[in-house]
Design a binder for this molecule. Structure first.
Ligand SMILES: Cc1ncc(COP(=O)(O)O)c(C=O)c1O
Length: 402
């Protein structure tokens, strides 16, 4: 293996790079998780997490990956034999569906082409037919990390309300939270599922469930066996800043720091930065003459861009060329997209120059791997980024001249 100098460019759509500040915050001696010092830390991260999910309700933090938090959402709200509605937006929606099926849930899986988000009108039509209210939950992935396509959660809630359907709304916010505008309370989401290694800019290891009162009530009567994931077992000690089992103490130090960073920048500024970087990335892709997988501009992901390889070229071979030569990891195509797309992550600890470095690596990789493209995509991205800088400069000059 070639030894490279300088930092590895981790441009996969999560785990995302961990800021030095967060790494330093975690570089602490492990403390007693039954001490008052720990309880202060836990209370601070519960409070901060609530603000990120935009909820006044409880947020549970499991020592787990996102998949564990998916399972927690299912086993706390549903019963074997329940029917749910899901949409095939991509690889992660498919995996969540498989998990639900393993728990004995009957999944009505609305087919999709992996290039569009969940269609609110189609959900509305399906729910309108369900006059007996057999569907107990609608489960959607907000940002489908395998395709770079977002779903409009607010519009899905509106569609559910329009037909007056009482199903719970369960949303996977794993690669959207802290990067894309998300409103648990306003959109009346019942369970928002997330984890640490994406917009929170932490290493993997924390899983989140933000839960509504309606979801908590469902958990009191549902019939699914559970132990580790049981919300009530967690919520009792959480109220005093404790856990029913050993928490991921040092990740929680990191979480406190990451939340502080998100608020110092301002959530709206964080979301705008992600959109700007995504727009610049798409400008580069268009200039190269390559195709973005997402077909609906309103659904472009601010977090990642999935790029289709021209026919006859293998995306994994291209990613290997980039890794071997420029020390950069790009996301692979998952399941049916394997070898067909590569994914550029532009989330979390990513700014204009990080992105331009990443796009330079892609453009040089395209040349080296002999993939047909038009040179100059990086310059096209620079133009997008400079436009924003220019408007900032003019605003500053205006303030000075006033
Ligand atoms: C949208 C989405 N859901 C679920 C998962 C699974 O999360 P984890 O790998 O942390 O279990 C991922 C992982 O990338 C994801 O992107």
């Amino acid at each position: 293996m070639t030894k490279h100098q300088g930092r590895h460019f981790l441009q996969i759509p999560g785990p995302s790079p961990v800021p030095d500040r967060v790494l330093r915050a975690m570089d602490m001696p492990v403390i007693d998780h039954r001490s008052s010092e720990f309880s202060e830390l836990a209370k601070a991260v519960f409070e901060g997490s609530r603000k990120i999910f935009k909820t006044s309700g409880p947020v549970i933090i499991f020592p787990s990956s996102g998949t564990g938090a998916w399972e927690a959402a299912i086993v706390n709200t549903l019963s074997p034999g329940d029917k749910v509605l899901m949409v095939e937006t991509g690889h992660f929606a498919t995996l969540w569906r498989q998990m639900a099926a393993r728990w004995g849930i009957e999944v009505d899986f609305m087919p999709g082409d992996w290039r569009h988000g969940a269609e609110p009108a189609a959900i509305e039509a399906r729910l309108a037919q369900d006059s007996s209210h057999a569907i107990k939950a609608v489960m959607v992935v907000h940002n489908e990390t395998s395709t770079g396509v977002t779903s409009r959660v607010g519009d899905i809630r509106t569609a559910m309300d329009k037909v007056g359907h009482p199903a719970l709304l369960l949303v996977d916010t794993i690669s959207s939270l802290g990067s894309i505008d998300y409103r648990h309370d306003e959109w009346k989401v019942d369970v928002s599922v997330s984890c640490s290694q994406k917009g929170f800019m932490l290493p993997p290891g924390l899983g989140f469930n933000a839960i509504s009162e309606k979801a908590r009530a469902a958990a009191k009567t549902n019939k699914m066996p559970r132990s580790y994931w049981d919300w009530e077992e967690m919520l009792k000690p959480n109220a005093a800043g404790f856990f029913p089992y050993t928490p991921a103490t040092n990740l929680l130090y990191g979480l406190r720091e990451a939340i502080a960073m998100l608020f110092e920048e301002g959530l709206e500024a964080v979301f705008a930065r992600h959109k700007r970087l995504a727009t610049a990335t798409r400008a580069a892709v268009a200039h190269w003459g390559l195709e973005v997988l997402c077909l609906e501009p309103a659904e472009y992901s601010p977090v990642l861009t999935a790029v289709l390889m021209p026919p006859g070229h293998d995306a994994d071979q291209f990613r290997k060329t980039v890794l071997d030569n420029y020390n950069m990891s790009l996301g692979s195509g998952l399941s049916k997209l394997s070898g067909k797309v590569f994914r550029i992550g532009h989330l979390g600890e990513c700014n204009e120059l990080t992105l331009l470095g990443a796009l330079t690596g892609v453009e040089m990789g395209l040349s080296l791997a002999g993939v047909p493209h038009r040179a100059g995509g990086v310059a096209a991205a620079m133009t997008v980024l400079e436009e924003r800088t220019q408007s900032n400069v003019s605003a500053q000059l205006k303030v000075i001249s006033n």
